[in-house]
Design a protein around this ligand. Structure first.
Ligand code: PBG
Length: 325
């Protein structure tokens, strides 16, 4: 080599930087999580997530059309039942007329075919105790009894025409049980987006408001300990063996190392979920004028892509897709 090595040569002009950029961020990489609530007259803004709404059936349709027009890759729907409709079994989750299944049908009708419609397949929004499963006599989450409920929920969701079921409950064997149940009922084409590595995170706080969660206690007996890395690989391998079509890491920004490792090992596409607390942090700092919102949002999404995510669930999906268009 003659003279000094000069990496700055490749940073000199916007055209040069564009040419050598290793990571891209496109609208199709973004998935919008959405909330549809039962019994609402008007969309209701979630106070800890300014700019994110619990939708009525009508505003859900409109927001979906807007997201799809902006080019997002998919929509992930969560249902918010009325408090009085919750029970210990989370019956509303598998009721064809439950809020989530009605919302899914509306999305499939409105934008199915132009985007990928995904369903949250978990009981926590529907149980009166707020856990992701049913409880045994001692009040602990009963893994295998929960699997039966997940299969019932999955069949009701598949019936709506949803493309992918997002198994977010972190019960052992959930992907295999749901795959088997779907296949046996003739839903071989309904896919599974498996939350392979989902950590017990403090950053879920705003989401619990978003879905009106009634959780007492915590989810540490089923979600992963933030201290652990190997466990994520084990969860990944199990989900792949059980038939996951896509695997997910959640949250995203505090778990980029996990995301990289999962992306290096996975034989299926990898998603990451930039969760409610991540949205809230950037939003709050930007509102205080402490951080540039657009710059921080795009940098956070690019970082998640760089760490290995093929696709990112983010509450900024529609807005970011507009910026990227
Ligand atoms: C639970 C579920 C959670 C989220 C999605 N599904 C949180 C939890 O475990 O309480 C969090 C999403 C977010 O924080 O944006 N099934």
């Amino acid at each position: 080599m003659t003279g000094m090595d000069r990496p700055r040569r490749l940073r000199r002009t916007p055209a040069m930087r564009r040419l050598v950029a290793e990571t891209s961020l496109e609208p199709r990489h973004l998935i919008l999580p959405m909330f549809v609530a039962d019994g609402l007259d008007e969309p209701r803004e979630i106070s800890s997530m300014p700019g994110v709404f619990q939708h009525t059936m009508d505003s859900l349709r409109k927001a979906a059309v807007e997201a799809v027009a902006a080019g997002v890759g998919g929509l992930m729907l969560f249902g918010v039942p009325k408090a009085e409709d919750k029970d210990a079994q989370g019956s509303g989750a598998s009721d064809p007329d439950g809020i989530l299944n009605r919302g899914l049908r509306a999305l499939v009708h409105e934008v199915g075919g132009s985007t990928v419609v995904m369903a949250d397949t978990c009981l926590d929004e529907f149980t009166d105790h707020g856990h992701c499963g049913v409880l045994d006599a001692a009040g602990a989450v009963d893994n295998d009894a929960t699997l039966t409920r997940y299969v019932e929920m999955a069949l009701a969701q598949a019936e709506t025409g949803a493309d992918l079921l997002g198994t977010s409950g972190m019960m052992d064997g959930q992907v295999g049980a749901i795959r088997e149940g779907l296949d046996a009922a003739g839903y071989a084409d309904t896919g599974i987006l498996a939350y392979a590595a989902k950590y017990a995170s403090a950053f879920y706080g705003p989401f619990r408001e978003a879905v009106g969660s009634s959780l007492q206690g915590d989810r540490r007996t089923y979600q992963q300990d933030p201290a652990n890395r190997r466990e994520a690989i084990r969860e990944l391998e199990l989900d792949l063996l059980e038939g996951a079509d896509i695997v997910m890491v959640k949250p995203a920004m505090s778990y980029l190392d996990i995301l990289r490792e999962v992306a290096d090992r996975s034989t299926v596409p990898v998603a990451a979920y930039q969760i409610s607390g991540e949205y809230a942090m950037i939003t709050a700092a930007a509102r205080n004028g402490w951080i540039d919102r657009k710059g921080a949002v795009l940098e956070s999404l690019l970082g998640i892509r760089r760490a290995g995510a093929d696709m990112v669930l983010t509450y900024w999906a529609t807005e970011a897709a507009h910026w990227l268009a």
